[in-house]
Design a protein around this ligand. Structure first.
Ligand SMILES: [Zn+2]
Ligand SMILES: [Zn+2]
Length: 103
């Protein structure tokens, strides 16, 4: 895996604790934990998937600092932005909620 340790904010591969889907997770540099789908989308496709509760993220990948998620407003984001885009992960319908205080 090309992910390298660094002190810069970065997104790391992680599994969804509820449905086990592969995700990207980022904590540093953000006011909250972000769990995003790994599927790379165009700005247009990412905008189509955003909702008030689902944010779009610009995935800035660099071989020096790793991947970093930058929040973008789907509807207002540049349609020609060259970076891949991801959206907040949502578990498939029917995924049982995790009981207790795992999170
Ligand atoms: Zn972008
Ligand atoms: Zn999930």
């Amino acid at each position: 895996m090309p992910w390298k340790p660094t002190t810069a904010p970065r997104a790391v591969p992680a599994e969804c604790p509820r449905c086990g889907a592969p995700c990207l997770r980022q904590r540093e540099g953000l006011p909250f934990d972000v769990l995003a789908d790994t599927e790379r989308l165009t700005p247009e496709a990412a905008a189509a998937r955003t909702t008030p509760n689902r944010l779009a993220w610009c995935l800035r990948e660099s071989k020096w600092t790793g991947a970093r998620l930058v929040e973008v407003l789907g509807q207002l984001h540049s349609p020609v932005c060259p970076w891949p885009h991801v959206v907040n992960h949502q578990c498939p319908p029917g995924t049982p909620a995790v009981k207790g205080a795992l999170w």
